[in-house]
Design a protein around this ligand. Structure first.
Ligand code: ZN
Length: 424
């Protein structure tokens, strides 16, 4: 089995569970930091592990352009290439291409677009987007969809939704035929963790079950038994599993029209996926509309499958969406805001560039236990930012990610205790 979703606690619409992927288990609801180019800007992988990141998101469009899918595939897929032993999700490239605006042309066959790097012409179809994501080798990959722009009238939203449904069928068809080509599948042979690989890294707090996944229970390789790598050094082998491969999620579209959202949900479910995403939000609509669409769409998604809300949100929003029954979320906000000196704390937002922190000896967030708040003062962080030191971006990002991950940890804990009302 390559993918499993277990719901362990529910209360009202909220639920806490566990996603079992080929690269470890993920406690849900989960926030997924964005590592666009196989890197969460400024933060090394061992630090991400220490922070308790259970799953990272990579962007297919960016990785396809640079360094290229074939390069990543040859180097063992994203897991091997970036030395990340835990789970990864890639988007289909649809949303990224959508944000290119004038640089793209959509037809039934797919999307022609120009690279934002050099203006070169490229083409994504459901089939080529699947091929790219299989080559990148994330644990969870996404169907190729068209992200409907906002505002869009009903006819336009419907036509776009229909196109996404046809593309979802083509995505699934291609995936089913080619899923064994993933760089770490049994078919591609046995691989060892590379030198210094994080496969031999430490387990993170909050992710105690990593590498003891039930999906691996029956697997023992000869090399694992000997405990030696081919170079004779002690090492840890990547387990093989006869049915171990990626999971493809479908995406619900339909613009801001609740009837279309319902239709899109039901017809995507009919095609059949192990998980469902709500796409086409955070495209410029007011936040109360986002919430309304999420709530209405959730009603039609199967309770026993993971539900992924793409591209949200603020710390308050990720708590709110967890309450509504969302299991997975991603957003560039904590990392991007950090690079601009905007920090999320238990006392609200802190713009660290402000002069009033110049002599502030206090911790950034007295309630945060992250390595930044334990060690450095607001005055020092403000100085680093004002001096344009690279360390400012690193430390700010570590804190913001820590704040998001702690928030989700508390949400999960509250749900498990049946006391979510206390937190929410
Ligand atoms: Zn902190």
């Amino acid at each position: 089995m390559s993918f499993e979703f277990q719901i362990e606690s529910t209360s009202s619409r909220t639920r806490a569970g566990r996603l079992i992927t080929p690269h470890g288990e993920i406690e849900t609801p989960v926030f997924m930091p964005v590592g666009t180019l196989a890197s969460v800007k400024g933060v090394p992988q061992d630090t991400l592990e220490e922070l308790g990141v259970q799953i990272l998101l990579g962007n297919t469009y960016h990785l396809y352009l640079r360094p290229g899918v074939e390069t990543v595939r040859k180097l063992g897929g994203l897991h091997g290439f970036m030395s990340w032993p835990r789970a990864i999700l890639t988007d289909s490239g649809g949303f990224q291409v959508f944000s290119l605006n004038e640089l793209r042309k959509v037809t039934e066959e797919g999307v022609t677009f120009r690279s934002h790097l050099d203006g070169g012409s490229h083409f994504f179809s459901p089939e080529s987007a699947m091929a790219a994501q299989i080559g990148l080798g994330a644990d969870i990959i996404m169907a190729f969809d068209e992200c409907t722009e906002f505002p869009a009238d009903r006819a336009r939203a419907k036509a776009s939704m229909e196109l996404t449904l046809r593309w979802a069928e083509r995505s699934k068809k291609y995936f089913e035929k080619h899923k064994e080509e993933v760089p770490w599948s049994t078919a591609s042979g046995f691989r060892l963790a590379g030198p210094g690989s994080a496969y031999v890294g430490t387990a993170a707090p909050g992710c105690p079950v990593e590498r003891s996944s039930t999906a691996f229970d029956s697997v023992t390789s000869p090399v694992e038994e000997s405990g030696l790598r081919s170079d004779g050094q002690p090492g840890t082998a990547v387990p093989t599993y006869s049915e171990q491969t990626q999971s493809l999620f479908g995406i619900v579209q339909g613009g801001m029209d609740l009837e279309l959202r319902k239709e899109s949900a039901l017809r995507t479910i009919e095609i059949g996926f192990p998980g469902y995403a709500i796409g086409g939000l955070s495209v410029g609509e007011p936040r109360n509309l986002t919430r309304e669409v999420v709530e209405a769409t959730l009603e039609h998604l199967p309770a026993d499958k993971p539900r992924y809300l793409m591209g949200v949100g603020t710390p308050e929003e990720i708590v709110e969406y967890s309450r509504l029954g969302i299991d997975m979320m991603d957003c560039v906000l904590p990392t991007r805001a950090a690079r601009h000196g905007l920090l999320f704390t238990s006392e609200g937002r802190v713009s660290i560039k402000q002069a009033r922190y110049a002599q502030d000896q206090g911790a950034l967030d007295p309630k945060c236990g992250c390595r930044v708040c334990r060690r450095y003062s607001r005055a020092y962080l403000r100085h680093l930012y004002a001096s344009n030191e690279v360390l400012a971006q690193v430390l700010n990002t570590i804190h913001n990610l820590s704040f998001y991950l702690d928030t989700m940890r508390r949400v999960r804990h509250s749900i498990r205790l049946g006391e979510e009302s206390r937190f929410f």
